[in-house]
Design a protein around this ligand. Structure first.
Ligand code: NAI
Ligand code: 2OP
Length: 309
């Protein structure tokens, strides 16, 4: 049986997610945007599908403004929202994107009551929290993408610094998707060797800082948010679900006591498979990492307080 993935929001991140998914040939894709965007999603979908003969994928890609076309999706990716402009923090986005997320989740869930939802809209952890409350879904079936992207940035910088393949670099970034995110240096390795044994502390600190500000660096260059790596990160999560891979990667998940935290969505390592989040892994944190975690928690709770119910 063919699987079906809906991507809500056919802008930069949504269309790029659809692009990676089509190239991976893992599911048919429905790309949805609001009626005000007229036939834009139809145009992108048709263009993307016509890459199939060149790249060798048979994925059906449908563009639409109508949730009826999203019916019975296996996974729904939510990228609908306003991206950051230069000088704007993710937190500035709360109110506009709260309205959008509330609208999108209600409609998408009505059309696909059994889907797994991946939220991408910023401010990420706060929008995941909102989407959970609006949907009433269990945390296993609704979570957010941020850590795969942040870890990919960290891995890229480590690989470039050491002139090795990114495939040799394992690294994890936890915490909230913001400038207080927590790159876990102790758990980062190159071909199994901890990076602390390969790089001096000042180089590691510089890489950590660049990772934390990785989103902002791209906003300054592009005058809008990143989308190639974010789209790839989402596609990786979708693939893990559809192929039931039991892949361990970071995701923004609703915590109920894990890491001593409650009633917050926060980036933690999870096992992703056909049921969505199948396990939340608890790494042992030292005092320094715990302090960074707590700072990140405070930042997210501050953003959450901007939600208006
Ligand atoms: P974009 O402006 O290119 O696309 C957003 C699309 O959402 C637009 O086409 C817009 O018409 C659509 N939209 C707005 N309201 C909608 C609604 N109610 N229903 C359906 N579609 C609606 O923005 P971009 O760059 O794609 O970013 C999207 C979101 O993703 C932003 O909030 C951005 O901050 C976030 N983002 C998150 C990342 C992450 O790692 N979690 C990484 C990059 C961006
Ligand atoms: C990023 O990290 C803006 O969240 C977006 O690129």
């Amino acid at each position: 049986m063919k699987t079906k993935v809906t991507v809500v929001g056919a802008g930069n991140v949504g269309a790029t997610t659809a692009h990676w998914l089509a190239a991976m040939n893992v599911a048919d894709v429905v790309l949805l945007d609001i009626p005000q965007m007229e036939k834009m999603p139809m145009g992108k979908a048709l263009d993307l599908m016509q890459a199939g003969p060149v790249f060798g994928f048979d994925t059906q890609v449908v563009g639409t403004n109508d949730y009826a076309d999203t019916k019975d999706s296996d996974v729904v990716v939510v990228t609908a929202g306003v991206p950051r402009k230069p000088g704007m923090t993710r937190e500035d986005l709360v109110q506009t994107n709260q309205r959008i997320i509330t609208d999108v989740i209600g409609r998408a869930l009505a059309a696909s009551p059994h889907a797994i939802f991946i939220v991408v809209t910023n401010p990420l952890d706060t929008m995941v929290y909102l989407a959970l409350k609006v949907s009433g879904l269990p945390r296993e079936r609704l979570f957010g993408q941020a850590g795969v992207l942040d870890s990919a940035r960290f891995r890229t910088f480590i690989a470039r610094e050491l002139d090795v393949s990114v495939e040799n670099v394992q690294a994890s970034v936890l915490g909230g998707h913001g400038d207080e995110m927590v790159p876990l240096v102790r758990y980062s390795t190159v071909a199994g060797v901890p990076i602390g044994e390969l790089l001096p502390p000042e180089r590691i600190n510089a890489i950590v800082e660049r990772t934390r500000k990785g989103g902002g660096e791209i906003v300054e260059l592009l005058k809008t948010s990143a989308y190639y790596a974010p789209g790839a990160a989402v596609a990786k999560m979708v693939e893990a679900i559809l192929k039931d891979k039991k892949l361990i990667l970071p995701a923004s998940a609703y915590l109920q006591g894990e890491y001593g935290l409650n009633d917050i969505c926060f980036g933690v390592p999870v096992k992703l498979g056909a049921k969505g989040i199948e396990q939340i892994l608890e790494y042992k944190l030292n005092a320094e990492e715990r302090t960074m975690f707590d700072k990140s928690v405070n930042l997210i709770r501050g953003t959450m307080s901007a939600l208006k119910y």
